[in-house]
Structures are given as structure tokens and as C-alpha cells.
Write a protein that binds this ligand. Sequence first.
Ligand SMILES: [Zn+2]
Length: 421
Amino acid sequence: MKTYQDIKSAATIDAIIPYVEALLDIRFKCVKKNRYNAPCPFHADTKENFMVYVNKEDEVRFHCFGACKGDWDIADLIMLRKKYPFRRAQQVWAEHLGVAEFTFDDGRSPCIPEPDETAEPDEPVGFVEPKQPDEKMVATLDDAASFYHELLMSNEDRFRTVWDYLARRGVEKDTIRRFNIGYAPPYSDEQHHGRALIAGILPRVEKDPGIFNAFSDAGLVRFLNDGSVKGYGYYSRQIDFRRKDPFSRNYGDYFAGRMVFPIYDADAGVTGMVGRRPESRGVRWLKHQAREVPLSAKSWLYGIEKAAPYIRQYRTIILVEGLFDYFAFYNLLQGQDKLVVASTLGSYLTPEAATILKGLDIENYIAAYDWDELGRNGIERAAVQSGGWVYYLGGLADGQDPYDKLEPVVSAISGFSLQHL
Ligand SMILES: [Zn+2]
């Protein structure tokens, strides 16, 4: 009986071309003997990066020299296009050849994951900050933040679970508006299919494809056929061949499925975003990572743009770990004109963030929650440098309202009485 290896190379390159043209809805150009090229159907290809060639073993193979950087055989292409498992892809190819019986390859494709490997991976919260502040990137992040914010604001019923989740965490409508919080619907969303932002910019992109690059460079869109990323099995299955334009077919919103929180610097310029699932499973934060931008200074301090004037006035800052810790303190402090809180978005004050605080002439550092030793070192070093004090507001039990713990502290914030706490 024939094996899969036998039928894999059973078609000549000239015979396989029409099949692949129909499969992928592309037209090849014959460049020379045993060599065909076409624009790659799996990324936004402006050239003809998709190549068909015959290797030393006489096997017809497919290669993308562009963004995909992939090298595939016919079964891989069927898997990618049809979202089939390896076994079914072999079957489809055998049927095309009219081979009734053959021995399946029981292994797996070396490059295309099986469909059951489809869970979206979780990544911890991360940071991005261009080494050189780039006006274009700031404008693009701003654009995206406003887009997601408008989407959330104008769909209160449709995104009810998101609104309810935020309300439960103390983030009400006024706060959503004030912090420009938004929502990027998931791939499973029937209207947006994880591409709300891409669909929103598509009319502009079709006139000027360079606009797409700005969003891609800012880390706001995800290339779905990137075999090098964690979760390729999940993302590659989101490629949508019903879409004719290469952008919304091959890319999705980076923050799809997440509430989006833009991060501002002290001058209220957007420096990044964090995304968080509106449900509590796994690690819920999504790392925001701009393409080809080195992860550098981790100087994010959530809320610093609102806190800066008060920090200067009271020479005091309350540092919290998480975003929702921040909002708990925000709700408590804002009505008292003592909004001196910022979140490090992690249990460590980085040297870069410490430098920003140093510029605010702080005397009293109040570290809320039990930070580990590393976190303590970071904040104590910052305090030593500016000749200030550190107060630890530890021992908050799970579920305990930070308000109870904070009330005496807040009343002590007056610029001098804190040291008597
Ligand atoms: Zn490609």
C-alpha cells in the first residue's frame, strides 16, 4: 500500500499549481522551470513572496519569504486554509489524487499545530516604551485607545458583561470615561471577529497601506500566521479566508477579548496599553509588545498623569501593585483632592519609574500591600535618593476592603502629619 510520503510527492509542480490556486484563491506566475511565485495569501504581501519550488527529494514545497517566513508542504497548506487536523489534510490530498487507500502518517505536521492546540496563551502584563519617543506611535496609540473607548461607551447593552465586571471592580461610567478605558471584542464576537480596530481603520488602510504599518509597529495588530509565537495554533486558526482584503484576513486586534487601559505619562501622552480579560481565568493580563521596538525603560506608573499635581502638593505618593487596587484607592481619594496614588503594575518599582518619582520631590512613599523583598528594595532605594520615608501598608487580607486600611492614612496626608502615623 502507498504511504503518505508516496502520495505527498505524487503530483508534479505543474499539476499541483491549479489545485493550490483554487485552494488559496491566488494566481501563480511561472518564473522559470519548477518555480512559481504569487503574493502570499497569509500576510499583507505587496510583492510576490509566496514561492513554489521542488526540493532535492522531488517534493513540491511552498515558501513565504515575507512576514510568514514559513516553509510548507501541501498538507500544511490544507491545514492552514481549511483548519483541518493533519490526518484529515492527508485524506483530502489523497482524495484529490484519486488514491483510495494509503497508510497515514501518524505523526504530526512539523510546522502547523493540530486544531486541538487552540487555547489562547496567557502572558503576564508587560511594558513597551519606545527608546526614542515617537510622535507617530503616540498618535496611533491614542487613536486606538479612543476607538476602543467609543466602542465600549456606545455598546452598554451589548458589552454588558464588561460593564458589569468593571462596576464590580469599582470602575463606574465616569471613571471609564476619565481613563479612556475601552474594550476590544474577542475573536468569538459575531460582529467584530476580533478585528474591531482593523475594520475601523480599513477604509483608510485601503487608500494608504502605510497606515496599517503604523498600527502594526505600535503593537496594536497581531499577525496571525506567525509560527514563532506562543499560541500559533490558536491564532493561525483565526485567519479568515472569507475576507478578501489581506489585512482583516491575516491580522487580528492584538487586544482582542480584552478591556483596554491606556497608560499615560505625567504629561498625559499615551505610552502604552494593558489589556485584561473581563473574566477571571489564568493569567489575565496581556503583554503589549510593539514590533521591533526593544522593551526598554519600564517607566509606567498608572494614574501618574492625574496624580502628579497632588503628589507635588503633598509630597506624598501611595504606590499600589495592581490596576484594580489603583481604582479602589482612586475612588477613595479623588473626592478629597488627595489623588496621590499610582500603580506600578507589578510588585516592583523600576529604576526608571523611580527616576520619574524623584522629579516629583516626594518625601513620603506609602507602599500599599505586602511587597516582596525585591519590591521593597526598589522603593527604599528611591526614597533614600530623595531623602524620603517609606511606609508599608501591609497585611491586607484577601477580600478586605482597602478603604478600611486606608482611611486613617488618607486623613493623615497633609504634607507633614504623615510622619506621626
Ligand atoms: Zn506570507
